[in-house]
Design a protein around this ligand. Structure first.
Ligand code: ADP
Ligand code: MG
Length: 307
């Protein structure tokens, strides 16, 4: 249910777009956990049993996901699948689960329940399920960049729904302008504009997928420490990086960390990404590297995070 848009210019455009589209369908078939025949579903069904051979690509992606779990102190966690399902986010059957129900699921959540085995095999402990929803589109955008490069594309935009990759600059030789959604307003209303060339920009926010029950709003980014939607002071996080998979994983992770922890995380890893973070009090935090490449139009306070 994600609208994707691809544009290409310069080079073999038709072939690049056809290959890119095929690749998106191929990855959906391999990585979606709602498809019974996907490699991820086969791994999930094998949980608690013998290791499953998932192939090199999926094994490498799971290995990266485990690295992000370690780097983010567990904020990023692909094993939240049973918890997301309890909230109904996977099947679109939204409901607020009981505390007791979550307490039964949480012991099977955690990177320590995922094991990289010999060759290209992976195993999961009994009761553990994985969901690559927070990283798969980022990986797909890295693949799009590779396909564009193979076909000599010089300018382009790939929008995989909250995951944008800009190829080169625009046709006037300037950086592309990427709009940042204002989480407080309707879809398409912007909070700011970011200028970038050859970069991935990925946004995670609680406003993208959520439901309301008894006056309480619940969104789909879950804090692994509690099993509840993360409410740690941020309403949206955009990551800009030369690595699409990393940008996707970290947009989810920093959203969960909240402003202070996210700022110190950036200070430790500032060589690999920049970020725009919107706080629930209207403040927009921008990392130092972006200050000159991003304009904020919400009228809220802008705070530059310095190294
Ligand atoms: P989107 O899918 O809207 O682009 P994200 O990249 O932030 O947003 O991914 C959110 C999805 O990732 C959820 O729908 C869920 O499947 C999964 N998820 C939820 N919480 C976490 C988490 N703490 N770590 C990793 N994946 C998560
Ligand atoms: Mg993500």
């Amino acid at each position: 249910d994600t609208v994707m848009g691809l544009r290409a210019c310069g080079g073999e455009t038709e072939a690049a777009l056809a290959a890119a589209e095929d690749e998106i369908y191929r990855l959906d078939e391999a990585l979606s956990r709602t498809r019974e025949d996907s490699a991820v579903s086969r791994l999930n069904s094998a949980a608690g049993g013998t290791p499953a051979d998932v192939g090199e690509e999926l094994r490498d992606l799971i290995a990266r996901a485990l690295d992000f779990s370690a780097a983010t102190d567990g904020a990023f966690d692909i094993t939240l699948a049973p918890v997301s399902s309890a909230w109904g986010f996977t099947e679109d059957t939204y409901r607020v689960p009981e505390d007791a129900e979550l307490a039964l699921l949480l012991p099977c959540v955690g990177a320590e329940h995922v094991h990289l085995e010999e060759g290209t095999a992976v195993s999961l402990d009994q009761g553990t399920r994985i969901d690559l929803g927070a990283i798969a589109k980022g990986y797909a955008s890295d693949r799009m960049a590779a396909i564009y490069q193979e076909h000599g594309i010089t300018h382009g935009i790939v929008d995989l729904g909250g995951n944008t990759w800009v190829c080169g600059g625009n046709l006037e030789g300037e950086p592309w302008q990427i709009g940042i959604q204002d989480p407080a307003r309707s879809a398409g209303a912007l909070a700011g504009i970011l200028e970038a060339s050859d970069a991935f920009a990925v946004t995670s926010g609680g406003y993208q997928r959520y439901f309301e029950e008894n006056g309480q709003t619940s969104h789909h980014i879950i804090d692994p420490r509690t099993g509840y939607p993360a409410e740690n002071g941020l309403i949206s996080v955009t990551i800009i990086s030369a690595d699409g998979t990393l940008a996707d994983a970290l947009s989810t992770s920093l959203f969960i960390m909240g402003p202070e922890e996210a700022s110190s995380f950036w200070k430790k890893h500032r060589d690999t990404f920049d970020a725009i973070m919107m706080k629930d009090d209207g403040t927009v935090m921008v990392t130092a590297g972006l200050a000159d490449h991003c304009s904020v139009t919400t009228g809220g306070n802008v705070e530059v995070i310095q190294e």
